[in-house]
Write a protein that binds this ligand. Structure first.
Ligand code: VOV
Length: 249
C-alpha cells in the first residue's frame, strides 16, 4: 500500500471574497456610509491587535475583474476563532453592502517529505512553527487559486510511492527557490475542508512575477502531470489608509 505523507498543520485559513453592492452603497446617506466605514475601521483595529499579538493574521486586497471586489485572507489558531471573526464581520454595517462572491476554508500546511535531519522532528523547529503560523506579507499583489493532484489513468498522484512524490516536490521547490525575494507562497491544505485539495496563495511586489512563477511551474512534472487548477483570484493590496478613498462615491 502506498504510504501517505505526514502533514504539519498550522493556523486555520479563510479566503473570503465579497462583491460590493455599489447601488445600495450609493443610495445610502453619507452618514450611513461614514458609520459603516468607522465601524469597519474598528474591526480592522481589532484584527491588527490580534496580528500584533501574533495570534493570527489578515490581509485585504481589491480584486481585479468581476469575480469579486474584495478579497480577505484570515488566519486564526482555531476554526472557532475563524467562524467568530466571519460572523462578526457579517453583522457589521459594511457587510450589509457586501454580497458573498466566494470563500475557501483550509489550514496552513507543510509536509514531511524530506528526510529528517539528525533525527529532529521538523515540527519542533522554531522556523517550522513560524511558517505554520505566518504573519501574512502586505505585498502589492496577491494571487489565490485552489488545486488538486490528478488521479487519472497513469497520472495518479495517490498511487505514486512517497519517495517518488518527495522527489517531484523537491524539483518543484527548486523552481520555487528561484523566486526567492520576488514571490512569497503560503500553501494551505483543504482535503476534507473544502472542494479542492490545496489553496495556493502567492504574494508579489511585481505582478508579472505571479505569471512567471506559475508559468514556469507548469513545466515541472509535479504540475504538468499531476496538477489540476481551479479559479484564480488576483488583487491589489488595499491599505487601511486607502480604504475610505476606495469607497468614496
Ligand atoms: C515561491 C516558491 C515556492 C517554493 C519555494 C515551494 C516549495 C515547496 C515545497 C518545499 C513543498 C513540499 C514540502 C512542503 O513544504 O510542504 C511544496 C509543496 C507544495 N507546493 Fe510549493 N513552492 C512554491 C510555490 C508554489 C506554487 C506557485 C504552487 C502552485 C503550483 C502551480 O503549478 O501553480 C505550489 C504548490 C504546492 C503544493 C500544492 C504543495 C503541496 C503538495 C503536496 O502534494 O503535498 N507551490 N512547495
Amino acid at each position: 500500500m502506498v504510504e501517505a505523507v505526514e502533514t504539519m498543520d498550522g493556523w486555520y485559513c479563510l479566503h473570503d471574497m465579497r462583491t460590493i453592492d455599489w447601488t445600495s452603497w450609493k443610495l445610502a446617506t453619507s452618514e450611513e456610509r461614514q458609520a459603516a466605514i468607522d465601524e469597519f475601521n474598528n474591526l480592522l483595529t481589532k484584527w491588527e491587535a490580534v496580528e500584533e499579538a501574533e495570534n493570527g493574521s489578515h490581509v485585504m486586497y481589491k480584486v481585479i475583474g468581476q469575480k469579486a471586489d474584495l478579497m480577505f485572507m484570515f488566519l486564526r489558531p482555531t476554526m472557532d476563532e475563524l467562524v467568530d471573526l466571519e460572523t462578526t464581520f457579517n453583522k457589521s454595517a459594511f457587510a450589509d453592502f457586501l454580497l458573498p462572491a466566494h470563500s475557501y476554508v483550509s489550514v496552513v500546511e507543510l509536509s514531511k517529505y524530506q528526510p529528517q535531519k539528525d533525527g529532529v522532528d521538523p515540527e519542533t523547529l522554531p522556523e517550522t512553527q513560524a511558517r505554520l503560523k505566518p504573519i501574512l506579507p502586505k505585498y502589492d499583489y496577491i494571487s489565490f487559486y485552489p488545486m488538486d493532484r490528478r488521479r487519472m489513468g497513469n497520472e495518479n498522484w495517490y498511487t505514486l510511492e512517497k519517495n517518488e512524490r518527495g522527489k517531484l516536490l523537491y524539483e518543484h521547490s527548486k523552481t520555487g527557490r528561484k523566486y526567492a525575494g520576488k514571490i512569497k507562497q503560503i500553501i494551505t491544505g483543504s482535503i476534507g475542508l473544502d472542494n479542492w485539495e490545496w489553496g495556493v496563495t502567492l504574494f508579489a511586489h511585481d505582478v508579472l512575477q505571479l505569471k512567471k512563477i506559475v508559468y514556469e511551474m507548469r513545466f515541472d512534472e509535479v504540475s504538468s502531470r499531476y496538477g489540476e487548477f481551479g479559479e484564480f483570484f488576483i488583487g491589489n493590496h488595499l491599505k487601511r489608509e486607502d480604504f475610505a478613498a476606495y469607497l468614496h462615491v
